[in-house]
Design a protein around this ligand. Sequence first.
Ligand code: PEP
Ligand code: MG
Length: 569
Amino acid sequence: MDATTEGVLDGIGVGRRGVVGPVRQVRGGPELPADEPAPADPEAAVAEIEAALAAVQEDLTARSAAAEGTTLGEVLGAAALMAGDPALSARAAELVRAGTGRAHAVHDAVEEFATTFESIGGYMAERVTDLRSVGDRVVARLTGQPEPGLDLQEPAVVVARDLSPADTSALDLDLVLGIVTEEGGPTSHTAIIAGQLGLPCVVRAAGATGLADGEIVAVDAAHGRVVLDPDDELRGELDRRSAALDALEADREPGATADGHAVQLLANIGTVADAERAAATAAEGVGLFRTEVLFLDATEAPAVQAQAETYAAVLRAFAGRKVVVRTLDAGADKPLAFANQADEDNPALGVRGYRLVRTMPEIVRDQLRALASARGQAGADAAELWVMAPMISTAGEAAEFVATAREAGLTDGVGLGVMVEVPAVALRADGVLADVDFASLGTNDLAQYTMASDRLLGGLADLLDRWQPAVLELVARTAAAGVSARKPVGVCGESAGDPLMALALTGMGVTSLSMSAGALPAVRHALRSHTLAECEAMAQAALAAADAAGARDAVVHLLRPEAREVLAV
Ligand code: PEP
Ligand code: MG
């Protein structure tokens, strides 16, 4: 995206808050020596590279342990594994033996791997930032330069080309007012971590790295923009919005429209620490537990007992509420080392999600057994357990999943359902719902597959717009099937956390909305400010629109005026 107005950098906002503060640019990577000679003693140079990689790995492992149980801890662990990858040191050693200097050898090896990651695309492409940050740290050690990063002395808006988890972990978060990156995307680590910390953040803000240290900017996440030298009017607007958002957190009542139509408001989590944080909010439960996040850096399939203990901890954290656990969604953008499929040209259309049952059925069965065991371990007053499978494509797969789960011991009282992420399932929702207890719409993948657009490609963001009428139509069709079958149909993709979309989804008949915990207060407020009939009118208007912008505008047009300022539309 380009800067469209002078003094404004447009990007993609994460969250709804806004903040004003001075810019502090994150120091870039170390300089590569201009004329690095071929090493006189190549074996000694190889040993030095190996020692530097080991030191970086040790440092990242220690930071990962310090952040254990959090998403940051998981991603730092994954970066540590990259530093310890024998293929990386072997390639650097090969280059050194062929006459390349030490720093250039590490740099070149990292760039070769980065090119491969980028060509794989998806999750791997987004890990390139982590890989380069490992390379920068090793080069800094080899050449005696300071580690890349930023030492904050006073509150500031942190600006960077992109932030790796290692950069983020080195920041004093109490001094970070907001984050702006030139690159990255809505699913990059920067965005995920900023979302979890409730920090206003704008990613893909072209021109951000050109901002001067000390320059005063406003980070306006709700509008996805960075405004240079903000005037009093904008400062006032951001302050009022933040105060209004703070006030919304006081409302801890269950989700419902103004006339009392209940819509459960649930949290998306990926770790036990996420669960503990979300349990302290007014979330009525967990609508999506992304279990693959637990195993991003595991090299072997996790044991049943260890899995059961983790799941039991989550069920205990949500005692008296409900927890929807999704079985492993491995593959494509979320590869797991122990569940990877070799040689897929097109992993997003390959063996991913529930399809793992075709190649590694024992991994699927072990997880279902672990869930059954967790239920026993967690005790009678723990959360109600619901289990769903990702990437289901047919009614046959749905029925098979239910049978497999029952065989694994998920019986009496455990709700069994499927995610609706593949257009084929939305089109045949009546038949699929006949075999399951509930369905949950994964609108991130449903949009990707409906619009045939890689969900991680920032350049296709317009096609992936959550308001695309074709996607809305599939959502409405699934929700209507749920209403006729009298079975719950929720939404757990990013659409659910958008307050305007939440109104339209409610009008379509969706029964629950699951989102990052930080998004709950604004969605709760939006629902509370409108009646079910108003939501239905919004759904109709959005579905009748010709394009994505028209669908959103149609809902904005029907908003009650008092909801507008808080929702920043
Ligand atoms: C989705 O696809 O909308 C979803 C919730 O699953 P994930 O984002 O984990 O693929
Ligand atoms: Mg998905």
